[in-house]
Design a protein around this ligand. Structure first.
Ligand code: PLP
Length: 263
């Protein structure tokens, strides 16, 4: 019997020793979506549920070796980008993406939910080198503000900010958390490609256990796309997946617990 091909999704991201975010969350998500996950580890973080300690950025040679090993054998149907740590990682990944033909989902990770900086002052470098290769960028509000170097306030401004990020070079953007000053609104996340745009609604899940939410959402979008769903469907599926993970999330250590992966 011919073997049925399983989609392959790469995560180019950092390792979270606490197991809640980063590469660990990405692989758990890929498993739930029945896609094969490959990893290019950009940095090793030492962290638990309440603090980010040490960060060791992967040496350039090791980064290149991971990319080359995968590219020569396990080519990606979709690539998800997470923590890119520093300018040298951004440059190398951007260079690889110049020839990559598949879909790229980029979660422009800057801060850990425990408060530490995961990627230092990357906005300028990301805008110049990476954004043109991103089919979908998924910033939260503070990441959108860092990219635009201005505050974003109010629902209209979220729509303007999303359009501004597309004007900077990303093919499309999903700004997460559009509800921040409209708590009774059902409008949560805003997507635009600069021509069309829509709000994704959802119910607020009242929990402090949100570690890994952004990683899991971007990985779920990447995996759903690799499974053949259209982008609007992939966004809805990924949002439902993460909302359920938040509803089931529990505190494990002294700090916020991780989103639960439920296949
Ligand atoms: N990537 C790594 C390696 C992390 O450790 C974290 C958070 O601690 C993130 C990404 C971002 O996590 P979140 O999905 O909570 O935004």
């Amino acid at each position: 019997m011919a073997s049925r091909r399983k989609p392959i999704v790469w995560s180019i991201a950092g390792s979270d020793s606490g197991g809640g975010a980063g590469i660990q969350a990405d692989l758990a998500t890929f498993h739930d979506f029945n896609v094969h996950g490959c990893t290019v580890i950009t940095a090793i973080t030492a962290q638990n549920s309440f603090a980010l300690g040490h960060i060791s950025v992967t040496p350039r040679r090791t980064l290149a070796a991971q990319i080359n090993a995968l590219d020569s054998d396990l080519q990606a149907d979709v690539i998800k980008l997470g923590m890119l740590a520093d300018e040298s990682v951004v440059s190398m990944v951007a260079k690889y993406l110049e020839t990559y033909k598949g879909f790229v989902v980029c979660d422009p990770v800057m801060m850990s939910s425990t408060g530490g900086e995961l990627s230092k002052n990357l906005s300028a470098c990301m805008i110049e080198k990476l954004l043109p290769h991103c089919d979908l960028l998924t910033p939260n509000l503070s990441e959108a503000e860092a990219i635009l170097n201005r505050e974003v306030g109010g629902l209209d401004d979220v729509e303007r900010a999303a359009a501004d990020i597309v004007a900077l070079g990303a093919h499309a953007v999903l700004i997460k958390g559009g509800h921040f000053d409209a708590r009774n609104s059902e409008r949560h996340d805003y997507w635009t490609d600069g021509i069309d745009g829509f709000w994704l609604s959802g119910t607020n899940v009242d929990t402090l256990n949100t570690h890994g939410t952004g990683c899991s959402l971007s990985s779920a979008i990447a995996a759903a796309l690799a499974r053949g769903y259209s982008l609007p469907d992939a966004l809805v599926i990924a949002k439902a997946y993460v909302s359920q993970g938040l509803r089931m999330a529990v505190q494990l250590g002294g700090g916020p617990g991780p989103v639960v992966h439920v296949g």
